[in-house]
Design a protein around this ligand. Structure first.
Ligand code: DX5
Ligand code: ZN
Length: 225
């Protein structure tokens, strides 16, 4: 076993075939996804635009697994009524995108959702220290956000270790999620050893080389060691 803690796998639908999205969401659900990672991009915080409320609703209608909604949106507080409307969904905002991070996080909690803060590769872990006690999740971006299929940035491992130490010192039960470049190899295993308990995987799950069940089986096997 790589870790005693149960590690959750969160396939990112950004790599799915959008012409066949409902079936792919059902397939990844049937294959044992713990969460469905949903990347909302606004073309401002990141260069690309991905999709919005209509597609998030369509994803939710095809699974009973909680959505892990990654808001790559400048000032996401303005859109909480759009994206934080189902209590079982987890809402992740970027520290860099929030002018009033404490207020934004508090408003998400008030809506009854689990809340996480994502950190870009260039953002220090200290950016979340003063809101840590409010957070269910801190998400370490192991690529610069904006696209699937990028390579894992190895320095992310040390960042996860430092975050784990800070969380332990604070006595919080905040989980560490890692997003970007995770494959069924050392990237997943070393992230878990460093302290991550939620793994996002896009192109490692939705690809042309293997079926979704095969990819999920490979990732689960790698996570279990
Ligand atoms: C990148 C997104 C990721 C992406 C991951 O900005 O936040 O969730 O879909 O894709 P892979 O696993 O292919 O790096
Ligand atoms: Zn993401």
């Amino acid at each position: 076993m790589v870790s005693e803690a149960r590690v959750l796998i969160a396939p990112s639908v950004l790599s799915a075939d959008f012409a066949d999205l409902g079936r792919q969401v059902r397939a990844v659900t049937d294959a044992g996804a713990d969460l469905i990672h949903v990347d909302v991009m606004d073309g401002v915080f990141v260069p690309a635009i991905s999709f919005g409320e209509v597609v998030v609703d369509a994803i939710r209608a095809n699974t009973d697994v909680p959505l892990n909604i990654h808001l790559m949106i400048q000032e996401p507080e303005n859109l909480l009524s759009t994206f934080a409307k189902v209590e079982s969904d987890q809402i992740l905002v970027h520290a860099e995108a929030c002018g009033h991070l404490h207020r934004t996080v508090s408003r998400i909690k008030d809506k009854g959702n689990q809340v996480g803060v994502a950190l870009n590769p260039g953002t220090p872990v200290s950016a979340v220290e003063d809101v840590l006690s409010l957070l269910d999740i801190v998400m370490v971006m192991s690529v610069n956000p904006g696209a699937s299929g990028q390579s894992f940035i190895p320095q992310s491992l040390d960042k996860i270790r430092r975050l784990k130490a800070i969380i332990g010192h604070a006595g919080c039960d905040t989980q560490i999620e890692v997003d970007g470049g995770i494959k069924a190899d050392w990237t997943a295993q070393d992230s878990i050893k460093a302290g991550a308990t939620i793994l996002v995987a896009g192109s490692a799950i939705f690809n042309d080389r293997e079926t979704i069940p095969e990819a999920m089986k490979g990732m689960r096997g790698c996570v279990l060691g």
